[in-house]
Design a protein around this ligand. Structure first.
Ligand SMILES: [Zn+2]
Length: 373
């Protein structure tokens, strides 16, 4: 792709200077910097669409391991800007996916276990909810249950992440356009006997249970519940095109709204590979996630005004790559999360707003400002 060499060069030389300006003047000057930036980069369209990709547990070394396993460059290497974010939660130096998901969704650090609520359990508002309220299309795509911590943080509001049946009811309280993932049981096999899929249909959703049925949908509101619980992992037989195909379908549907859209895509199972200290799983899931990144970057190439941000919620496994005499070894230092900073890759409109060392909470705050929410 010729563009991948020319566009970053042009934008990085001009916008890179502006990234430095923003660091000096701070986020409060984002709007004025945006105006100045617009004068300099006349070709840069204002942000209309945001695609936010979160690789759960995907630290720098997980990306590095995927690169080493792959003959071709990864899509993520096309990123025009790179930054770092601090993942600690309000209560712990090492976060869980609920607190970090809430930080990345709402711009507020909270306690480990919290979904969409602050340290005082007061309800927060996510960038997805703000976008939906302003008439943008919105979507969530994941490989775990759609009620699991990371996607849940963008739409749910419960004091603890285990309250997934309650999180499922929150999908009926926001006018989300589309969601694709596992978790059918949380909607249909509930302790309260309700069938939330019936409620979704009454609200105009097309509820589907197979990738084939999802593929046949061209427009409108969609609830795709493609597994009773999580989908299988790649090594366990998940279609290696599931995440990228779901991403492409989501982009097809969401981009029909002239107001723009906000879409969050989670590569959910890189984290599981880290917990299991299973490098093959980490790499397979990271490469799968990278195929979704390729879809997002390609969409941004075709649709000026699209910003893509790729990051993680935290690192899992404490992965390192020591030399072992014959090559590289994949060494995990823990079966849990770590407090390492994680990389932030950005591409497209105003991608230069996501450089330097950030708090995780800076990311949705900047996204909401760029979308004018
Ligand atoms: Zn985890």
């Amino acid at each position: 792709m010729k563009k991948k060499n020319t566009i970053p060069l042009i934008i990085s030389s001009v916008a890179g200077a502006f990234a430095a300006v923003w660091i000096i003047f701070g986020l409060s000057n984002l709007n004025s910097a945006k105006r100045e930036n617009a004068e300099v980069i006349e070709t840069q369209a204002p942000v209309k669409n945001i695609i936010f990709l979160i690789g759960d547990g995907m630290g720098l070394v997980q990306v590095n391991a995927a690169m080493l396993s792959h003959a071709e460059p990864l899509a993520i290497e096309r990123a025009q800007f790179v930054g770092l974010q601090k993942t600690y939660s309000a209560t712990n130096k090492v976060t869980d996916s609920a607190a970090s998901g809430t930080a990345l969704a709402t711009g507020t650090k909270t306690y480990n276990g919290a979904i969409g609520v602050g340290p005082d359990t007061a309800r927060l508002t996510s960038v997805l909810e703000k976008a939906a309220a302003k008439g943008l299309s919105t979507g969530l795509v994941a490989t775990y249950r759609i009620t699991h911590a990371t996607p849940a943080a963008f739409i749910g509001h419960v004091p603890h992440r285990d309250m997934e049946e309650q999180i499922a009811t929150d999908f009926l309280k926001t006018d989300i356009t589309l969601f694709i993932g596992g978790g059918r049981n949380q909607f249909e096999q509930r302790r309260d006997g309700q069938n939330l899929s019936d409620s979704l249909k009454a609200k105009g959703y097309q509820v589907v249970y197979t990738p084939e049925a999802l593929d046949s949908i061209e427009s409108g509101k969609v609830a795709a519940l493609l597994a009773d619980s999580h989908l299988p992992d790649i090594l366990g037989g998940r279609d290696s095109l599931y995440l990228s195909t779901s991403t492409a379908k989501a982009l097809d549907i969401l981009s029909q709204n002239d107001n723009g859209f906000f879409l969050m895509i989670e590569g959910s199972m890189i984290d599981g590979g880290g917990h299991d200290n299973n490098i093959d799983k980490v790499i397979a899931e990271a490469l799968d996630f990278d195929r979704a990144v390729a879809e997002a970057f390609d969409f941004a190439d075709r649709h000026p005004g699209t910003l893509v941000v790729v990051t993680a919620d935290h690192e899992t496994g404490g992965l390192t790559l020591p030399e072992n005499g014959n090559g590289v070894e994949y060494l995990f230092s823990t079966g849990n999360h770590t407090g390492s900073m994680v990389p932030v890759y950005s591409y497209g409109a105003y991608a230069g707003c996501f450089t330097g060392i950030m708090e995780n909470t800076d990311i949705p705050t900047r996204m909401a400002e760029l979308l004018g929410l």
